[in-house]
Design a protein around this ligand. Structure first.
Ligand code: SF4
Length: 67
């Protein structure tokens, strides 16, 4: 699911420690920074969501499973 990025999202995700990226997912391969399902995950990694260079959209993964 893709939704527009907004500054309020950034504030709230830090305030509530919202987890939605691969690094917090049970299907993440930490050494390879890849997805064990082989999904393209460039837009699901934390480094894609830096407040200094925010993306235009937030891409949520339907397979995300909190680790
Ligand atoms: S299932 Fe989705 S969120 Fe989880 S590691 Fe794979 S691409 Fe990332």
């Amino acid at each position: 699911m893709r939704v527009p990025w907004h500054t309020s999202f950034e504030v709230q995700r830090r305030q509530y420690r919202f987890c939605f990226t691969c690094e917090d997912c049970a299907h993440h391969h930490p050494e390879a920074t890849s997805c064990v399902h082989g999904f393209p995950n460039a837009e699901h990694l934390q480094r894609h969501y830096t407040p200094e260079d925010p993306p235009s959209d937030i891409l949520f993964c339907k397979e995300f499973e909190l680790a």
